[in-house]
Write a protein that binds this ligand. Structure first.
Ligand code: AMP
Length: 128
């Protein structure tokens, strides 16, 4: 089944300039901005400018140029926010949520870059 994309999602509106954002980095194919409800001292969202709903959509259908640009932007965001291990930072976590089981709230692919404090285990050891 083809991936669906809702052009009214909030990140699409940010990309159209309809809603402000606190930009960290903008490149040809990628935008990075601070999360509006940060869950760590560093909490930046990296999004492609293209209309991709989720990581699997992006990975399957984005052009090579978009994929390279996105990943280089992630590296630059890590450097700019001081979490980059190569720059002497203490590390970070990169998370993407997809769909209902991933508990994705905004249906435009985004990578969360979290850092600035120890982040604990990736997932709680829930029994359920
Ligand atoms: P997810 O659950 O992975 O879809 O995460 C969506 C994220 O988008 C949440 O961390 C929200 O705090 C964040 N968010 C929602 N609206 C905005 C906005 N206008 N600017 C920045 N971040 C936002």
């Amino acid at each position: 089944m083809p991936h669906a994309y809702d052009p009214q999602n909030i990140f699409a509106r940010i990309l159209r300039g309809e809603i402000p954002n606190k930009t960290v980095l903008e490149t040809a194919h990628t935008l990075a901005f601070h999360d509006i409800q940060p869950q760590a001292p560093v909490h930046v969202l990296v999004i492609p400018k293209g209309a991709y709903a989720s990581y699997d959509h992006f990975a399957a259908e984005a052009s090579d140029a978009e994929i390279v640009d996105f990943n280089r932007a992630v590296a630059e965001v890590c450097r700019l926010t001081g979490v980059d291990l190569g720059e002497g930072g203490q590390g970070f976590r990169a998370i993407t949520n997809a769909g209902a089981h991933g508990v994705q709230e905004v249906p435009h692919y985004h990578l969360h870059i979290l850092g600035g404090r120890p982040l604990g285990r990736m997932l709680a050891r829930a029994d359920s």
